[in-house]
Design a protein. Structure first.
Length: 312
């Protein structure tokens, strides 16, 4: 009896001590991910670390000598009224982008989803997506002509109906909102496609059940379809939020942050300080602050929306 037990015990192999989730495929997975990890480390993680490091120096970006200044650049940042104005403008872009692009994108997606089987609606899908295919520089130059106070299309239309034309990009009260309108025109089609894909993924059984229960189209979309795609809506909100906080190109092409810093954003202010002003240390401080702001707001928004979905 003892011999049988001892032989059975001898055949039992000791349990190998492995990390949780580790299996025979893990080394292969790591090998395939390694090139991407190296690229991310070199072109994303290291520049972020270097930016925080440069924020502790005074440097013109050319000279080999860098002067350590400690937290002087950060104290300067907190006392810089232009930076805080740029931060407020970024928040304005965030709020208006979400409030305009999300509803418009969903409305266009619903319209195309309803008429998707007709040829002219498929044509509209291509036409509506066209702004996303244009470069931001081309769009900026185009709308500078459209907003031109002398011969622009907008002022010509206002004059034709008896209204006074405006200096859309030269008025500090209007410049930021004029550019936000262009931003919404360019990026609403992206969210339209995102929402359209989500709506098309809803099963026909859900629509049929709604019809059997007597729901009309408005009730189906507001009470069934949109709640079913709230995960996609959350993703769209976070993408819009992050993109608006670090926005640069259209503002730079159309106004360069002017007039009188009225449309200045954190990214354009960072560029001005780092390159034209040759103040790389302070520019890196603004870049680091921008990174912190984006991370905090994005993670907070993600946490709040995820908690809301869990409660619902």
């Amino acid at each position: 009896m003892r011999t049988a037990v001892s032989e059975e015990a001898a055949t039992i192999r000791p349990r190998s001590r492995r990390l949780p989730g580790w299996n025979e495929y893990t080394p292969t997975i790591i090998l395939f991910l390694l090139p991407s990890i190296i690229l991310m480390a070199v072109f994303v993680v290291w520049p972020i670390i270097a930016s925080f490091e440069l924020s502790l120096y005074k440097w013109n970006g050319i000279s080999p000598d860098r002067t350590p200044v400690g937290l002087e650049n950060w104290f300067r940042l907190f006392q810089d009224p232009i930076f805080w104005r740029a931060f407020g403008n970024n928040l304005t872009v965030v709020v208006l982008s979400i409030l305009i692009q999300m509803p418009l994108g969903m409305l266009l997606a619903i319209m195309l989803e309803r008429g998707g089987r007709y040829f002219h609606f498929r044509l509209f899908k291509t036409v509506y997506f066209f702004p996303m295919l244009m470069s931001s520089v081309a769009i900026g130059i185009l709308f500078k002509y459209i907003y031109d106070p002398s011969f622009g299309v907008v002022n010509q239309f206002l004059t034709s109906i008896g209204l006074k034309g405006q200096s859309w990009l030269g008025d500090p009260q209007l410049a930021l909102y004029a550019v936000i309108a262009v931003i919404c025109w360019q990026y609403t089609p992206f969210y339209m496609i995102l929402f359209l894909a989500a709506l098309n993924s809803i099963s026909e059984e859900a629509r049929d059940a709604a019809r059997i229960d007597g729901a009309n189209d408005f009730q189906y979309y507001t009470r069934i379809a949109i709640p079913l795609v709230r995960g996609t809506v959350r993703t769209a909100v976070i993408l819009s939020l992050i993109g608006s906080l670090k926005y640069f190109d259209l503002i730079w092409v159309m106004t360069e942050g002017g007039p009188n810093n009225a449309s200045e954003l954190m990214a354009t202010y960072m560029y001005k300080k780092a390159f034209p002003s040759f103040d790389m240390g302070y520019g890196s401080t603004i870049a680091s602050a921008l990174f912190i702001v984006v991370m905090v707001i994005a993670l907070t928004t993600f946490s709040l929306t995820r908690r809301y979905e869990t409660e619902v």
